[in-house]
Design a binder for this molecule. Sequence first.
Ligand code: SAM
Length: 297
Amino acid sequence: MHPVDRLLHLPFARLRTVSTIDSLPPLREVINAHGLRARKTLGQNFLLDLNLTAKIARAAGDLRSSDVLEIGPGPGGLTRGLLAEGARRVLAVEKDARCLPALAEIAAVWPGRLQAINADALALDPLEHLTPPIRIVANLPYNVGTELLVRWLTPPEWPPVWDSLTLMFQKEVAERIVAAPGSKAYGRLAILSQWRCDARIVMELPPEAFTPPPKIRSAVVHLTARPEPRFAADPKTLEHIVAAAFNQRRKMLRAALKGLSPDIVAVLERAGLRPTARAEEISIKGFCALARELVAR
Ligand code: SAM
């Protein structure tokens, strides 16, 4: 088929996406034009391959009826992907003011759909700007990513304001999020993530995918919020137990948790747990049973 005929056969929405993306310059040009030399202090490792950023945007699910919160858009590769995938609106929160003019160029080709703000994601209430349903997507510096993930996983109310999280992490952190009991990676992050969410690794990326390349491999994790927790438990009690148990993960539970009750051995037994077991052997169901026993005391 002649290329023009092929274009004519594309549905209108797809045609619009193709032409809009094509009207923006390649990301390398954007970086040069706006002097966006990567800053280590902001964890800047940019994704310049638009096929990759489109793939991450697709991993976030059907965006057409959602507002999207993107943290750390940088020069906007992932932002372009999110808009091209049909996100209803994107709020892009970027700490580095140098990126704002590049993001304004993207906003201009998607009128009314991209709001880019210069702010620290750790100090922002996204609900001031977005309407649920909300999906959160980010390629963030890893230290900020873990802190934000824990905040998003421990809101005052469940279900949370967001439907899904699609986040890039250092591969080891991604493995801790999806880890099963009995594995080395299993700990607080796995329990917080899997108690009230379904979590899976959807993509792995080598260092060369980024400019400049980091020293480590990366992975994208997709978490969807379950309407109800997997097992009943008071969230604060569960968090407290899990933190205490994994703070001393090599110790037996009866020692690691002795500060929680004067009669911790009996409480563990009533919860159906062996007092001599170690934290990494205990399933989420087991930790929830223990949280219920401690509250019922
Ligand atoms: N999303 C872009 C990409 O995929 O190419 C950039 C990713 S880069 C790893 C992380 C971005 O997060 C940088 O643009 C950095 O300036 C921004 N950033 C770092 N800390 C932030 C914070 N606390 N709040 C908002 N943005 C932050």
